[in-house]
Design a protein around this ligand. Structure first.
Ligand SMILES: *Cc1c(COP(=O)(O)O)cnc(C)c1O
Length: 487
């Protein structure tokens, strides 16, 4: 008889592994506690990039060696979104609690696609809490998902299947049906176009409606587009409203959209990726009046709820519509009455994924630990800090805001009289790169009315008011140096 060997991937020496685990925990807590002392961002040296071209490791090395590698080559070169002065794009910051929740999630490695285990019950409770926060009824449906792009994808898929005059799951878009058309504003997020393309609707089926001076969808233009499409024999089926646009943080008039959708029998989907989260605040939740009238709602929790990536949610008012879009039960996934397959709800029936991570755990822990109030306080703080930054910009003769800043986003730029529009664009482009390279603060950019500008998006619970003073000082300093060089 040949000798049998065991090939477990568990540690060979648990005691050493335990020590390494404690060391990692201490190091990461130190790291999070001292973020402010580090540059926001720094360039990745070529030798570090080359390190990631090493060949496939056929035999392993010690956990300690791999961890050392992580500390040398990975830890120093993040994008910087955990730093108090990171305000680029709309990227969340994470929390120490979220880190610990990810540790626990990894330890139990739950698969929350189906079967009878506690993960499903945690996710259902989290969904119930999120429905309550967002003003959705208790019998609405929903699912946690990787990000708002995917949450919007689910919402649009349910809308398409529900409003199609044929059984889309059977005949697809090859059946006998008029062109299905959807509407959103020119300021809406790019994921909607990708989603419409992937869903077979095609981007020619999206009507990008213009916005008014507050960057809200123009209702009269929307109405005209719907009527024109109807007259042309098309099938308008969905409006995607924005609760917080990515460029300026604008909210469409959600009640007006709900009225218009009711009048024309259209599905109202709302993209509230970050903007829906004002639901956590007392002072700012008026902004989402009417959002509760949507048929479906997508929002992120890795942005303004500060959970570590990835975490988002889609809510669908009609459970039947949601379920009928995605349910499919082969015999090997049969939902039993007893034993480990005896679960009433299999979350795989509400989305594309079968295997699903237990992302509900970190949401559950964050809601229980911080409560709605603490999360709301940090969101409200970000809104007020943003107004503070606007006041600093307005007081500075060399800076100007380039769009209204109703929420947590400010578009602004450095200006100097005597410089042409092209020169100002070039100056601000270079200014942004130098700001990144300085490591002092990180904002991204946008184009507003054809002008290149800096864009600060604040979903950062670590920022203090003084951090915005530092941003303005640095931008002015860099802008002056560039203006002198140009004149
Ligand atoms: C970020 C964002 C998205 C995309 O969300 P991901 O989580 O990055 O997939 C969609 N819409 C808006 C308004 C956003 O801000």
């Amino acid at each position: 008889m040949t000798e049998q060997s065991e090939h477990t991937l568990d540690p060979q020496n648990w005691e050493e592994f335990r020590q390494l685990g404690h060391q990692m925990m201490d190091d990461m807590l130190d790291y999070l506690q001292t973020l402010r002392e580090k540059p926001v961002w720094q360039p990745i040296p070529d030798d570090v990039k080359n390190h990631f071209k090493e060949s496939l490791p056929m035999s392993g090395s010690s956990e300690t060696a791999v961890y050392e590698d992580f500390k040398q080559t990975i830890l120093p070169y993040p994008l910087g979104n955990t730093h108090p002065r990171f305000w680029g794009w709309v990227i969340g910051t994470g929390t120490p609690l979220g880190m610990l929740a990810e540790l626990l999630t990894g330890a139990i490695s739950a698969q929350v696609g189906g079967a009878e285990h506690i993960g499903t019950y945690v996710e259902l409770q989290v969904l119930n809490w999120l429905k309550e926060i967002m003003g959705f009824p208790a019998d609405a449906s929903g699912i946690l998902i990787s990000g708002a792009s995917m949450a919007n994808f689910v919402g649009l898929t349910v809308a398409r299947n529900t409003k199609a005059p044929v059984d889309i799951r059977k005949v697809g878009l090859q059946g006998d049906l008029p062109r299905m058309v959807l509407y959103t504003s020119v300021e809406a997020h790019s994921c909607h176009q990708k989603n419409a393309e992937v869903l077979g609707l095609g981007r020619d089926s999206i009507r990008f409606i213009p916005v008014d001076e507050n960057y809200q969808i123009k209702l009269d233009a929307l109405r005209q587009a719907i009527e024109a499409d109807k007259a042309a024999g098309y099938l308008p089926f969905c409006v995607i409203g924005s609760a917080g646009t990515v460029k300026t943080g604008a909210y469409d008039d959600l009640n007006a959209l709900a009225d218009l959708c009711a009048e024309h029998n259209l599905w109202l989907h709302i993209d509230g990726a970050f903007g829906a989260l004002v639901a956590f605040t007392e002072q700012s939740k008026y902004l989402i009046n009417g959002m509760e009238r949507a048929d479906s709602l997508a929002f992120d929790m890795h942005k303004w709820m500060s959970l570590p990536f990835e975490a988002a949610c889609v809510l669908v008012k009609s459970r039947a519509a949601h379920y009928n879009t995605f349910t499919l039960t082969p015999d090997y996934l049969a939902h039993g009455d007893r034993g480990a397959s005896g679960a009433k709800v299999w979350l795989t029936d509400y989305g594309l994924q079968l295997s699903r991570s237990f992302r509900a755990l970190k949401v559950w822990m964050a809601l229980k630990t911080h409560g709605v109030e603490q999360i709301g306080n940090s969101i409200q703080m970000n809104i007020e800090q943003t107004q503070y930054l606007v006041s600093l910009i307005e007081r500075s003769p060399e800076l100007e805001c380039t769009a209204p800043a109703p929420l947590n986003i400010v578009c602004f730029r450095y200006v100097q009289s005597g410089l042409s529009p092209e020169a100002l664009d070039a100056l601000n482009k270079e200014l942004l790169l130098r700001l990144h390279e300085s490591g002092v603060a990180l904002v991204s950019n946008a184009t507003i009315n054809g002008q290149y500008c800096l864009r600060m998006a604040n979903v950062n619970h670590r920022s203090s008011y003084a951090d915005f003073d530092m941003l303005v000082e640095k931008v002015v300093e860099l802008g002056r140096a560039l203006a002198v060089a140009q004149s």
